[in-house]
Design a protein around this ligand. Structure first.
Ligand SMILES: *Cc1c(COP(=O)(O)O)cnc(C)c1O
Length: 417
């Protein structure tokens, strides 16, 4: 039944929408089968057009730390919408959200709002180039920073620092300033930065890599980047679109106590609506138009709907400070998953920090597909790719977790056959 409805909708979607989806990973290409078409969602659950209920560990790719349709956020949204959805001019709400962000994130002195994480990253890099008057940037292999041309670059051969195109339609010339290095490889970073220092404008890094599974920074890695950036006049950019307000209220930079020059945010700060933001040292942010020469704009940037959802979300997070509880629960949950794997003699590594986690099947990555569909059949929705992170929200109950663990135990046993 579930499959029939998903197939029917997916077939229809593919007639009108390329690949049937508005963002590729939603298509289930990485796991096979048909995507779940969601009708509505509440708390920890999503409800499919198929009538089935799923415990959701994708949570709009981490945006919904409070769970779906949080009553307080929804109420604020309804009130806001009644008063108009976009004015294309300044509002008091924008000051409020900017203030919340500046007070929360240690390195941010000023912040500007965009409509997506992609836009935030694009302008952070433009600012870094303007500030340093240099062109090249370093990014790390496996990191995702949105879909700007010059960031759609993947690692080439092990020796090469110049990356290769990760998308058709990008002129080779557009990526000639992007160097791709292995994450956590201090030696390689040191060597490359030294060699290219005169041309390097920025090092952009996800402080916790969360788009190639979850990979934690090695002890000292982020601080090392900070030191190098200082030494060679390079702007250090933390892409905290996932980690911001996720692993702590002060983001990864608060958690690891390393301050970047610029920070990109998204996901959680929109409370489930389309938002991004970038901010940092005033000296750099002042280069933005209208004050400075770096252009950036947006018709719907800072619109009251998205902004009020963001304000409501951050205020709840600030008031309730759920972070240590969420981290404890996620840690316990992940440990139990590993234990169940051990019992089933499957080598499974669970990487976790705060309320983010990912699974890695050591002997055969392909096991994830079976695992994923086993869970899906039992009403548990994990992110539909082994490279995407999973999340807990404050709305996940002990019953949700216990039920999930029970299914995981059964499915892992099945996988051995
Ligand atoms: C999701 C994400 C982005 C892009 O944000 P969008 O709002 O999808 O454009 C950028 N960086 C990281 C680390 C992300 O996870």
């Amino acid at each position: 039944m579930v499959k029939i409805i998903s197939k029917k909708l997916f077939d229809e979607a593919r007639k009108f929408i390329p690949g049937g989806v508005n963002s590729p990973v939603r298509s289930f290409q990485a796991v096979g089968g048909y995507p779940v078409f969601v009708k509505e969602a509440r708390g920890s659950k999503i409800y499919g057009e198929c009538g089935k209920e799923f415990i959701d560990y994708c949570l709009s790719w981490g945006a919904l730390i409070l769970g779906h349709a949080h009553p307080e956020v929804t109420e604020v949204l309804l009130e806001t919408i009644k008063k108009g959805t976009s004015f294309g001019t300044a509002t008091r709400l924008e000051i409020e959200l900017a203030k919340l962000i500046v007070e929360a994130i240690p390195s941010i002195e000023q912040v500007r709002l965009t409509n997506s994480g992609t836009e935030a990253v694009m302008t952070a890099i433009r600012l870094a180039r303007a500030y340093t008057k240099k062109d090249k940037i370093v990014k790390f292999a496996g990191a995702y920073h949105g879909h700007a041309d010059y960031l759609l670059v993947k690692a080439g051969s092990a020796q090469a620092t110049l990356g290769i195109l990760a998308s058709a339609g990008v002129p080779k010339d557009f990526i000639k300033h992007t160097l791709v290095l292995p994450y956590n490889d201090i030696e390689k970073v040191k060597e490359t930065v030294k060699k290219y220092q005169k041309d390097l404008a920025a090092i952009i890094v996800e402080p916790v890599a969360a788009n190639c599974g979850v990979v934690l920074p090695q002890e000292g890695f982020l601080q090392y980047l900070r030191n190098l950036a200082d030494k060679y006049n390079i702007v250090l950019i933390f892409d905290e679109v996932i980690t911001g307000f996720r692993i702590s209220y002060s983001g990864a930079q608060g958690y690891f106590k390393v301050k970047p020059d610029l920070t990109c945010l998204g996901k959680i700060i929109g409370g489930g609506l389309p938002v991004g933001a970038f901010g940092g040292r005033k000296e750099i942010m002042q280069l933005l138009a209208p004050q400075g020469p770096v252009y950036q704009a947006g018709t719907l940037s800072g619109n009251p709907v998205a902004v009020s959802a963001g304000i409501a979300t951050l205020n709840i997070l600030k008031r309730d400070n759920p972070y240590s509880a969420l981290e404890e629960r996620t840690k316990g949950f992940c440990e139990k998953i590993e234990k169940k794997a051990l019992n089933s003699k499957i080598r499974l590594k669970v990487n976790q920090i705060g309320s983010i986690f990912s699974l890695f099947f050591i002997d055969d990555v392909k096991l994830f597909k079976k695992f994923f569909h086993g869970l899906l059949r039992n009403g548990v929705y994990f992110s539909p790719s082994v490279f995407e992170a999973n999340f807990l929200s404050v709305a996940h109950s002990s019953q949700d977790l216990d039920k999930t663990l029970e299914f995981i135990g059964i499915i892992l046993k099945d996988l051995r056959r």
